[in-house]
Design a protein around this ligand. Sequence first.
Ligand SMILES: [Fe+2]
Length: 397
Amino acid sequence: MTDLYFMPTKLVHGIDSLSQIGDLAKGLGMSKVLLVTDQAIAGAPVFGKVKSLLEAAGVPYAVFDECEIDARLRHVDQEAQHILDDGLDGVISIGGGSVMCAGKAMAIVAGQGGGSFADYAGFGNFKKRAYPMIMVPTTAGSGSEVSQVTLVKDDVGHKKFLGGGPLSFPEVAILDPIVLETCPQFVNAVATVDAITHAMDSLFNRTTTPLTESMALESLNVLVGGIQASIFDKEPQAMADHLLASSMANMSCGNAKLGLSHTLSLPMESGHDMTHGIGVGVLMPRVFRYSAQFSPDMVPKVATAWGLDATGSTDAVADRVEDAAYAMFEEIGFPKHFDPAHIAADQIPSLALDAGRGLYGEGYMADNPNRDTQIPTFNLGTTTIGQGEEILAKCWA
Ligand SMILES: [Fe+2]
């Protein structure tokens, strides 16, 4: 078996790294860019700073500031056409995962000469390079800034689909802790749990390699150990470390792939407007506990990364990590269970059935899926729709 590690995005990180954005844009040959953001960031000081820096560097810009939770297909298609019509030649996203996904999807569609992102859904389903991109994450979470894939939601079909491939890696990601200074504590907490889940998901796959494992374990060490200093005390260096660790977690799962937490969460995000970080995060401790049986050697490594005692039986150590995750949830105000008023527990069988389609669009492995049908994932071991149902059931109180 041959393994591949690929992550071509240039990472510019550290305190005051944002000040380089003008030169970085010019270095990519950007002469007039589309700034992509949401209403909250558009009114924040950091957005004004980015505009000033681009003006000082002589890089004109247009602004799209209507991003919502989840990148929206109608925005993506509309702004890709805007890029083409107005002769823009680069995309700069400033925001969380949804904003970065929107910008990446716009760059992909513009790169193909227009059309709809829906036409390019799936992995690697387009032939031309996306327009040049700079990503400025404003949360330490999604890691979308170093990811070749993007998730877009179609409001009409209530469907969330994945697109992207090697031709849509952002050229540059700028990780400056200034963006976290004004980020609300709960937003930060949800983003951090998403990043932790990326690392956890990537450690129990058939595609896990020593490279992805080392990235994931070190990112866990920084993300879990730095919660107080980064999220509560807002120490600049701790926030910078959290931003880099969230990128590292995505560099791991981008290569070792995501796992069951993301696979089982997708139907809730598609059909029930579940917030991504909450969907995957509530699942994460349960998925870890389930996955531990398939890689007993990995369990003490995870415990050590979480700062826990790694001695004892696999079950004892795995229980310790699971309990530590719930304690962390309590500390940061993150929910331990899904809210039945949002999604009723009687939806679990249909959610599990939907998850059987797979995260990467592989589709069912059987024509008439049932509880014994295998969910297509990269996870070690096998997981049936029935087992997915059992994991989901643990997430409701
Ligand atoms: Fe995620």
